[in-house]
Design a protein around this ligand. Structure first.
Ligand code: ADP
Ligand code: ZN
Length: 699
């Protein structure tokens, strides 16, 4: 009798291993097949990762698979290799990566969406017929405007625009050539180019060359909002562009996946999740705005950074990788320094124009001189008036959304906190509510202190309040706000209106600093800039600098010199000197001096439990276990903690953190593995695994 055949299966679970199943007689299976199996009495759809493996336990106890699912597409071996690379680097289960790559899409919803689309399309056809037949102009006009609205709605993920062919400038061509050379040498290219230098056109040129060679292109952007404006530009050059991000409907996303799986070549524009499409023959991966922290997924696992993962994917696919930014991450600058990347500088703007002028306003001094009116200094108000009178537009950045970041009782002095988190509740207007930005808990705002019934008073000013102040100060002007309270459906329209000059002043959070290209923008203002660099984090200065520099780049594009006005309580802060051009070397030197990343590798072990005492106790035990695990290592990591993070209670769970700093050397991979094993064993022994999360290269 021929022996039974056993296979190994990846399950969409947090599992450190790939369980073994038996193939029923007469069933064949290949690597990549999707199979239905039972695991702990639950049915799952897994992926076959190996066939004909030796049984790992008593043959008779190994369950047979329930069946091969012939309706689902087979997973490419390249995908599995990529999942494995991600799971090994980020110390998570390969099943968690599989789950992220193949999220269970709700079929019902897909059907609903497809049906809605169909209805809209039918309606559009009918309207077009009617418009043609309409005799009266105003009737036709009415049809036409409805057609336009419908088309806009339908084309949310496939705009069609025609752009003139672009010829790279000599400076761009020199950079492109340097990048091609880096590629030929098998290196990742890091393109550092000021905003408006024409990086996007270089990416598109390289993409075109890749497609012409018959290979596919993946263009990553950090956020959906950014992809919308870019989409139109790319669609002009590459009408076949496929857009993939979480804002695209589930139905559309599976369509894109199917297209990627079956096309000879394709061009995908997407956010980090697009890395997990069924790629097989990528020739080029572009990581735009590579410094952006949105590339890092914090939760759930895999807690990966798309920048690093793109390089892993490139290796597996044999694809070239280009990272680009006006403000590269220190990680990438370090990689350029060590020769792993080739850095290419693009220093001149495509349209002539100097860097935006910087004006710092000391709000402490201004307040003393009675030079402040609410959130604005009179100096800044003069700048805004001057800009608007000259026909320019203004962006105002305030890093906190809400009306007021906190409310305080005028009687007992208490700041109202979230009942589930250790953070103040924010006040949001219209209807008035208190909202916790950490867990989403919300309650109606009564204006009365929950402790003593005294009168509550808003503290500080968030974007809503700033918008209100501006409307009072400039009643004649068109003023709008963009932050994460803005409904997704309105976001694109707002950006478009601002780009068309239909809004004079746009107030918002960090969202408005992302790579949008606004022609009429000549002044950008930052309120309370101190809040940007205030966090207790070694990365705070780098982040504040990147944000301000990116924001500065927004103003004065197309040949005009713009201006950035920064209101701060601390104008002497080094980040402003840095902004004036002291170079990246300072920041890197500081990191080296203090042994911070990128000169070391950081791993956080995040712990949470609703039971505070148990959390305290087990966190300490785990730290001890980790110290013991590395006791005999030649270059052990430093283990700090457990300590309470800045916000130490969220959604009813208390938090602790252990920080491990690894030297960057040859034993790094082995030591990280040891960390993962120790955490796994500890979690299993104490039945506490679900409370522990490992975060490699935390953002
Ligand atoms: P970046 O991505 O570096 O911020 P962009 O690629 O957005 O810069 O270029 C800035 C502006 O210059 C855009 O409006 C773009 O269309 C224009 N531009 C850049 N390169 C060219 C070119 N070679 N020919 C025509 N226009 C260009
Ligand atoms: Zn809360």
């Amino acid at each position: 009798m021929p022996g039974k055949v056993f296979i190994q299966v990846i399950l969409p679970l947090r599992l450190e291993w790939e369980p073994c199943y038996a193939l029923p007689e007469g069933t064949g299976a290949h690597v990549g097949d999707r199979v239905r199996v039972l695991f702990a009495h639950q049915e799952y759809i897994g992926v076959v990762s190996a066939v004909d493996v030796p049984p790992r336990m008593d043959e008779n106890r190994i369950l047979p698979i329930l069946g091969v699912d012939g309706t689902l597409p087979r997973v490419f071996p390249e995908e599995i290799r990529f999942w494995r690379a991600v799971s090994e680097y980020y110390l998570c289960g390969i099943g968690e990566v599989y789950k992220a790559a193949y999220p269970a899409l709700k079929v019902d919803q897909e059907e609903v969406e497809a049906r809605i689309r169909e209805r809209l399309e039918t309606r559009l056809l009918r309207l077009k017929e009617k418009a043609e037949k309409a005799r009266r102009d105003d009737t036709r006009q009415r049809y036409l405007s409805e057609i336009e609205a419908l088309e806009a709605q339908l084309s949310a993920d496939k705009p069609a625009l025609v752009h003139p062919a672009v010829t790279l400038s000599p400076a761009q061509e020199t950079s492109a050539e340097a990048i091609r050379k880096a590629f030929a040498a098998g290196k990742t290219a890091l393109l550092k180019g000021v905003t408006g230098s024409g990086k996007t056109e270089i990416y598109l040129k390289l993409a075109e060359e890749t497609l012409a060679r018959g290979r596919s292109v993946l263009y990553l952007v950090p956020e959906i909002a950014l992809s919308r404006q870019l989409q139109e530009r790319i669609a002009a050059a590459q009408p076949e562009v496929q857009v993939f991000h979480s804002g695209v409907s589930a139905a559309r996303r599976s369509q894109v996946a199917a297209r990627v799986r079956t096309s000879e070549r394709y061009f995908v524009l997407g956010t980090r999740s697009a890395l997990f499409l069924p790629h097989r023959d990528l020739g080029l991966i572009i990581v735009d705005e590579e410094h952006d922290t949105s590339y890092k997924q914090d939760a759930p696992a895999p807690r990966y950074n798309a920048r690093e993962s793109a390089i892993m994917l490139g290796l597996i696919q044999g694809a070239h990788v280009i990272l680009g930014s006006a403000t590269p991450s220190l990680e990438s600058l370090y990689n350029a320094e060590t020769g792993r990347f080739v850095k290419v500088d693009l220093t001149e703007r495509f349209h002539e124009g100097a860097d935006a002028e910087i004006l710092l306003i000391d709000t402490v001094a201004e307040r003393r001189k009675r030079g402040m009116a609410g959130s604005f200094s009179r100096k800044l108000l003069r700048e805004i008036t001057g800009t608007l009178d000259g026909g320019g537009q203004v962006l105002v950045l305030r890093a906190r959304r809400s009306y007021a970041p906190a409310v305080q009782c005028t009687e007992c002095g208490q700041v109202v906190k979230c009942p589930h988190c250790h953070v103040p509740m924010s006040l949001h207007r219209g209807p008035d509510r208190l909202i916790c930005h950490y867990c989403g808990h919300t309650e109606p705002y009564t204006g009365c202190c929950p402790a003593c019934n005294g009168e509550l008073q808003p503290l500080g000013a968030g974007t809503q309040k700033v918008e209100e102040e501006l409307k009072a100060l400039f009643p004649e002007r068109r003023i709008a706000r963009l932050d994460s309270d803005t409904p997704d459906s309105e976001e694109a329209a707002l950006i478009r209106r601002f780009a068309k000059g239909e809004i004079d002043i746009l107030v918002g959070t960090q969202i408005i600093t992302k790579g949008f290209d606004f022609e009429g923008l000549s002044l950008v203002a930052v309120l309370q800039a101190d809040s940007l660099a205030a966090q207790q984090d070694f990365r705070a200065d780098e982040r504040a600098f990147q944000l301000l520099e990116q924001f500065r780049g927004r103003s004065g594009r197309r040949g005009k010199t713009g201006k950035i006005v920064i209101q701060t309580r601390e104008p002497e802060h080094p980040v402003y000197a840095h902004l004036r051009g002291s170079g990246d070397e300072d920041l890197l030197a500081e990191r080296r001096l203090f042994g911070y990343p990128p000169y070391t590798r950081l791993v956080h072990v995040n712990l949470k439990d609703s039971h505070e005492k148990r959390l305290e106790y087990l966190s300490r035990e785990l730290a001890t276990a980790l110290l013991a695990a590395f006791a005999d290592a030649d270059t052990p990591p430093s283990v700090v903690g457990p300590y309470a993070p800045a916000v130490d209670r969220i959604a009813g769970e208390s938090l602790r953190q252990i920080r491990l700093t690894f030297p960057r050397n040859r034993s790094l991979t082995a030591l990280k593995r040891r960390l993962a094993d120790t955490v796994r064993d500890f979690g299993k022994e104490r039945r506490w695994a679900a409370h522990i999360a490992i975060d490699v290269d935390p953002a």
